[in-house]
Design a protein around this ligand. Structure first.
Ligand SMILES: *[C@@H]1O[C@H](CO)[C@@H](O)[C@H](O)[C@H]1NC(C)=O
Ligand SMILES: *[C@@H]1O[C@H](CO)[C@@H](O)[C@H](O)[C@H]1NC(C)=O
Ligand SMILES: *[C@@H]1O[C@H](CO)[C@@H](O)[C@H](O)[C@H]1NC(C)=O
Ligand SMILES: *[C@@H]1O[C@H](CO)[C@@H](O)[C@H](O)[C@H]1NC(C)=O
Length: 441
């Protein structure tokens, strides 16, 4: 967890204005942002924004404190894998030196009983609004072929542990495995990749994923919660937040000049959109944006944006005064679902061995924060493919939960906690009368 600490030092320098001298005085945050493959000279569990480290047989650590324990239940939550940018510059087309290609796997979407229709996105050269989107065959926020491959590999690694190593999951079957996703296509597609990674035979089979109606979905979350929004607005109005915007005004001005984003609120209130539009490019082998007069976003500025992104995510969901109250309102419905899962299991009534969720960065950061992982070290922006595994082990007559984050057991009491205590912990994160707490005056 030295990464987080290191980042804090870096950020404090930024805030103190000591890093304004440019790349010379500024180290990049520790991490990989330009490849799904972590270079072999770095530790396997290095933060890789493009493809997070996850449970795999080579590095899986069994519970050493209880060698006779048996795995009996599993809940896993992951973020989808890499995709095209989810945010667009006003003159998006100009800021791409190469087209985006999404024609390399078929985008199926058809009604059961109907023909197997798939859609092909095309940016027509003649389209009067072409300046607003890149050339090629991708929509915004679309899983790329590299992202699909990463999800297949993720499924293989998952299976290498929970099937081959532990023999817990015996086959990829609808009886044993429940999958829930958000309503975004990329989360269905990642589920399909995971399944094929677990069992290549799934490529020719169907498998259901469950979603909630989008207006009330608890992943990413999207149910309405104005009282949570108000808490966030308040803690993003104090110096603990606004200072970093002021301290980086030079950076922001440079980015605006190159990217045409001056005066746009969505690009000024936080660095989220810059982070997304840079990392989506670099993770997928595209260069950082260059505009039509040949000016480009520099590596050093991108590195600053990545570090600021970590600061902002940690602040909003972990460090801010009232961050916990915010997340409890905003994500309590998901925590309720988790608590229900574990209670159902405890009463012997969960028919599933594995409940698997595919969500978003917003899902992962809230879950990590509400599980208290931010108390161990500052939280970083949840990488693509970020993973939280909640294992239940049976030892004698007792059951324990073990939480594994980005491939390694956590170093808090969640490394081994009685099932009852874990359930209690989940339930504590669910505000009473949550709908009223979100909407009431
Ligand atoms: C990724 O970035 C690192 C550090 O900036 C650099 O050394 C490496 O060559 C880059 N790799 C690719 C594939 O661009
Ligand atoms: C994008 O397509 C337009 C229209 O065909 C073309 O003028 C432009 O050069 C293309 N840009 C890139 C980067 O390929
Ligand atoms: C946190 O919430 C309390 C109680 O509502 C409020 O008084 C305080 O101003 C909030 N702090 C911030 C930083 O928004
Ligand atoms: C390109 O970026 C440079 C440097 O930031 C800026 O001066 C110029 O106006 C930009 N050109 C366009 C067309 O946006």
């Amino acid at each position: 967890m030295a990464n987080g600490v290191w980042n804090w030092t870096f950020l404090l320098c930024l805030l103190a204005g000591r890093a304004s001298g440019g790349a010379g005085t500024l180290a990049s945050p520790k991490g990989v942002y330009n490849s799904s493959t972590t270079p072999t000279d770095l530790p396997w569990n290095t933060y890789n924004y493009c493809n997070a480290p996850h449970v795999n047989v080579e590095h899986y650590i069994p519970p050493r404190n209880a060698p006779d324990a048996k795995l009996v239940y599993l809940n896993t939550v992951i973020r989808h894998h890499k995709r095209t940018p989810d945010n667009l510059y006003p003159n998006e087309n100009e800021l791409n030196s190469m087209p985006w290609d999404c024609a390399n796997f078929e985008q199926f979407n058809y009604g059961g009983g109907g023909a197997h229709v798939f859609h092909k996105t095309v940016s027509p050269p003649w389209h009067p609004f072409l300046s607003q989107i890149w050339n090629g065959t991708c929509d915004e926020g679309q899983l790329t072929e590299g992202g699909l491959q990463d999800s297949i590999r993720h499924g293989q690694d998952f299976w290498s542990v929970y099937h081959h190593e532990l023999g817990f999951l015996t086959s990829v079957s609808q009886q044993d495995i429940f999958i829930r996703t958000s309503t975004e296509t990329r989360t269905f597609q990642v589920a399909s990749g995971l399944l094929v990674g677990m069992d290549p035979g799934m490529a020719s089979k169907t498998f259901p994923v469950t979603t909630q109606p989008s207006p009330i979905d608890s992943i990413p979350p999207s149910y309405p919660c104005p009282n949570a929004d108000a808490i966030r607005t308040a803690f993003q109005s104090v110096p603990a937040w606004t200072d970093h915007l002021e301290a980086n005004a030079d950076l922001k001005a440079r980015l605006d000049a190159t990217l045409g984003t001056a005066g746009l609120d969505a690009w000024a209130s936080w660095y989220d959109h810059f982070f997304d539009t840079f990392s989506s490019r670099t993770c997928n082998g595209h260069p950082l944006p260059c505009n039509s007069t040949g000016a480009c976003v520099s590596q050093a500025d991108a590195a600053k944006v990545f570090a600021i992104g970590d600061f902002e995510y940690n602040y909003i969901w972990n460090a801010a005064e009232n961050a916990t109250a915010y997340s409890q309102l905003d994500f309590g419905v998901f925590m309720l679902e988790l608590a229900q899962n574990f209670k159902l299991f405890r009463s012997g009534q969960d028919p599933y061995k594995l409940r698997l969720y595919v969500g978003h960065d917003g899902t992962m950061i809230r879950l990590a924060a509400l599980l208290g992982l931010g108390a161990i070290a500052p939280l970083r922006w949840p990488a693509l493919g970020s993973e939280l595994v909640m294992e239940v082990w049976e030892s004698g007559k007792e059951r324990f939960v073990r939480v594994i984050h980005e491939g390694l057991p956590v170093t808090s009491e969640l490394a081994w906690t009685p099932l009852d205590a874990f359930i209690e912990r989940l339930e504590k994160q669910v505000p009473a009368n949550i709908m009223q707490a979100c909407l009431g005056t």
